[in-house]
Design a protein around this ligand. Structure first.
Ligand code: NAD
Length: 436
């Protein structure tokens, strides 16, 4: 076992070093496979003969996209629907996250069950009432309910499960799917960082701050999977930044954000209490530099900013999913890459910078579902780009054509003519003299 662990540690270290990303490394290793086969042809024949009784002629593989040996041949990729699919939606965008995957499932030719979230009963009722009236209810069904209904659905055999929700829910879905080898797409969450590099132009700074405030407190009051979770900035810029954030928050939401009607409330009491607990950690409370007031009756939490909360506090280890923005200061913005890489892979990374070299570094040296430069959240609206996570933020992708692909199987179809026939492909291969 120790050999396995040591090997794995070595592989992880080698991957982390970035060595396998270079084209020259890839080419050299692929060439090495060719050399391995060519230098050892006789040994390969012998091993296959010993294990399988395989004749050397059978060991050859004709190369090419459509092998010449099989001329005339045509090949095509035919998408086919997967069958009966199950879609779980989460509550924070209860209509979009139900209809977007449903559009993919329908366009690919599947029948579908949609399970909306129980935390948004008005939206779930809307879907349950309207979908059967507008769509073919023999092929598309809405089954409403909570975790109990979700659990019952997961006991069934599906041809695909598309899940939007928490990593905890994702694990439940994946283990249920494993029983039937059902493919899954998991659209999960995580902590999405935003990097704010030094910007010299005052108007760039103003725009960046507006987009940060818009991306943090705008969509669903911070309860968004691709919302900014925390902000990385150089220490020397922190106090100016906090002043600008405060001004912009005031401009967007007024003196009393709880009365502004421009920001969402917290979805329910349980999530309100979860956020209260995060904020009531004494070390976290001490880091509040703006906001922090909680309006329990209205389930509203004021836009809040923290400056350098402890990195081991829950607010910095768990997805916040609420209107609280921790600012983490660094002595050099380059450190943001190491900071991000030392945490689970996020669904999105945002970076405000004008430096092309830094942009390239962020793209090539970090891993995330998406990277957006100089704005926030807008990648969700671009159907030409795949939307999905990596690592702990999920896997699989959707939006536009990618939604169609998520619900299709790409079947390889090859068609041959009857002539010419190349006889040497068939035994007996008496002309080939065995040397073992
Ligand atoms: P959740 O996991 O609690 O619920 C998601 C769905 O799973 C709901 O329909 C729910 O009823 C069902 N469910 C929950 N527990 C279940 C169980 N034990 N058995 C069967 N079904 C169960 O997630 P949520 O609170 O609705 O959503 C918040 C999470 O979703 C956040 O982590 C957020 O980041 C993530 N999210 C991701 C995306 C994305 O596109 N990647 C979008 C929105 C939200």
């Amino acid at each position: 076992m120790s050999g396995v662990e040591e090997s794995l540690a070595e592989l992880r270290q080698a991957f982390k070093s970035g060595q396998t990303r270079s084209v020259s490394w890839r080419k050299s290793q692929l060439r090495a496979i060719i050399d391995l086969v060519q230098d050892n042809e006789e040994n390969i024949f012998r091993a296959l003969y010993q294990d399988l009784g395989k004749h050397p002629v059978e060991c050859y593989r004709d190369e090419g996209r459509l092998p010449l040996l099989f001329f005339p041949t045509s090949g095509e990729v035919m998408p086919e629907p997967l069958g009966v699919v199950l879609i779980f939606a989460s509550w924070n965008f209860p209509l979009t996250l139900a209809l977007d995957p449903l559009i993919g499932a329908i366009s690919a030719g599947n029948t579908a069950v949609l399970k909306p979230s129980e935390l948004t009963p008005a939206c779930s009722s809307f879907l349950a009432d309207t979908i059967p009236r507008y769509l073919d209810c023999r092929t598309i069904k809405v089954i409403s309910g909570g975790a109990d209904v979700g659990g019952r659905l997961l006991q069934q055999k599906w041809d695909k499960i598309f899940f939007t929700g928490s990593p905890r829910g994702g694990r439940i879905v994946m283990s249920a799917a494993a029983k039937h080898l059902t493919p899954v797409t998991l659209e999960l969450g995580g902590k999405c960082p935003a990097i704010l590099d030094t910007l010299s132009s005052p108007s760039d700074i103003t725009i960046a701050v507006k987009r940060i405030v818009g991306g943090k407190w705008g969509p669903c009051g911070g309860q968004a999977c691709i919302g900014i979770d925390y902000l990385l900035v150089e220490r020397k810029f922190a106090s100016t930044l906090i002043d600008l954030l405060k001004l912009t928050i005031k401009k967007f939401y007024g003196e009393e954000p709880q009365n502004s009607k421009n920001m969402c409330k917290i979805i329910n009491k349980a999530h309100f209490e979860r956020l209260r607990n995060l904020l009531e950690d004494p070390a976290v409370a001490a880091s509040i530099v703006h906001g922090g007031s909680l309006h329990e009756k209205e389930l509203f939490i004021e836009p809040s900013i923290l400056l350098d909360p402890p990195l081991d506090a829950e607010i910095m280890t768990e997805e916040i999913f609420g209107p609280v923005l921790p600012i983490i200061t660094l002595s050099n913005i380059q450190e943001s890459i190491e900071f991000i890489n030392s945490r689970p892979k996020p669904l999105a990374i945002y970076a405000f910078t004008k430096k092309d070299s830094f942009k390239r570094q962020i793209v090539s040296e970090t891993s995330s579902g998406s990277v957006t430069f100089n704005d926030t959240m807008v990648q969700f609206l671009c159907d030409d780009l795949p939307f999905g996570g990596v690592g702990q933020s999920g896997f699989g992708r959707f939006h536009g054509k990618y939604s169609f692909d998520a619900f299709s199987h790409e079947k390889a179809v090859m068609t041959r003519g009857f002539f010419p026939e190349i006889e040497p492909r068939y035994p007996p291969w008496n002309g080939f003299k065995l040397r073992f």
